[in-house]
Design a protein. Sequence first.
Length: 647
Amino acid sequence: MRKSRRERNNDPNGPPVEQRTAMYISRFQVFNYKSFHKPRELELKTGFNVIVGQNDAGKTALLQAIGLNFSLNPHRSLRTLPDRGSTLDVNSWADLTVCVTAAELRELVRGSRAPVLMPLPQLNSESSRRIGYSGDDPASLQKLVEWVTKRETFEFVLRNQVIQSGSNLVPRSSPPFGLYDARKPAAQSPNFVQLTLEGNGQFRAGPLSQGGGVEIAPLLAALVRQRIYSFSAERLNVGRSNIKAEAVLSPNAENLPQVLHAIQGNNPPKFRRFNSLAHKILPHVSEITTSLVGAVEVEVSVWKTDPVKERDDLAVPLSQCGTGVGQVLAMLYVVVNSDFPQVVIIDEPQSFLHPGAVRKLMEVLRGFRQYQFIIATHSPAVITATSPETITMVRLQDGESVLEPIDAGDTRSLGLSLAEVGAKLSDVFGADNVLWVEGETEEICFPKILEKLAGRSLMGTALVGVVHTGDFEGRHAERVLEIYGRLSKGQTLLPPAIGFVFDLECRSPQEQRELKRRGDELVHFLRRRMFENYLLNANAIAATVNSIENFRSPAVSAEEIDNLIRDKRANPQYYCPANTNPNADRWMYGINGVKVLREIFSELSETRVAFDKLKHSVALAEWLIDNAPNDLAEIKELLLDILGPKD
């Protein structure tokens, strides 16, 4: 049954009672800060915005800049210091374009202690004619005020300039909306009109002014600072704090016990919702409570037993809990307790939470739809859990961080394509390139062959097995190769494919050539019908089956297995229809290796043990690597040929 509005508002697992449309950052550009020189402008949206990149690519520096947490640290590279005697430009700044709603503008004017002033347009300018502003008479002034304030949103640009003591956030232009050119100050000439908010929420033009109040621009800049909250990837020491009359969480969350204590006492329903969400993310946390310690301190306790049992003596101080608990509680406090949605910046959430908790945290945060989240990560779990509105890749090139926007919609469709062939984003995320192979068996065995027989590691290459192998035959081949083409090309989070290695099966030479053509010559085939054909070594099979408990007593001999293989390799039913009379010296290339192994396991164990394609194939391959490496030489050479020369 659908919940009523009242029930939804009181749902402890639901979003806040009132979700207001709020300020968000729409564009951002940083200059001459840490690893950034002059990167492209970053586009952001409400909802989730994910920043990805390798370690030390510049993700944290970018979040610091967006969070207005600047310091004097100019960019240093061959571009800015071409030689030792070069002079370094020490000026760092960031420009951010911010969208503010009309409701927020009303709240600012209503809450301002000083008169709020709006710049006047230049007379006889194109913008003043567009507005209908022809002078400083009351009618023209009211037209100006209504033209501006009747907008749903206001977009303005702020510049955050680094100074010795921190940073200074100021408007790049006046007025901050970029809607018209402001009148230049002149002696004895008013260049502002006071904004007056009436009881019905409508704006009215007040008296003219040369100052004596606060301009909209710095008022909005102060709002931006209030609405941005940053979480860094570090342990929070927030178990105990002094009691203070404050409800705003400090940037380092040091007053978390105090603010939690405040909502525990002043707003029990909100605190119950806070606890419900904390338990959803961290199931072992049954409840969070706060209590006074002496007269001046408050401490947070974590209950890991059901509160119904009333065992407060078993509650653990937050300071003794894992790294991620304090971070989760701080994040939840910000989103649960804020009167207005915030811009929440989170650096590497996977560094203090395991993947399961990361997914749950992101699912909870998704319930706060009007918030803007900007998250830096190298975890695919964060990307899949958030379904981000924007994704930006940070890369380090020649000592300089560059930004590359990734189409979030394209990434979601590619994720579906990956699922269609049995792979996940985590299988390939962060790799330099991908080598696609027949299945999970090859995915496990090929790296072992490469490492132990060739002394070569995959390094930045991800080796991923697929499941729909049959789709590479007949009419499905073109469709599946098209999927892989989309997975490996374009500006996405998925690296390019360097090849596809598949079983030969019963494909004719013409069919092989056609599939190679469709796969841009990246398709390779094993020389034998399937990987298991390389495992038909009697000694390897004997060693493997004899290691299986209760396989058979007495033990199986290699001679016994060799005789079984000899009988089966002479039987046409084990070969492709077009090859019913195989050459005696080439039988291992065309025989159905999986079928032979299944029957050997079944017959010798009297059906007690079935051949497990993954487990037993891996065991056979490992025996061959250690005892008969020449049996796998063809595969080793094929992999080396695909990977190319060693760097």
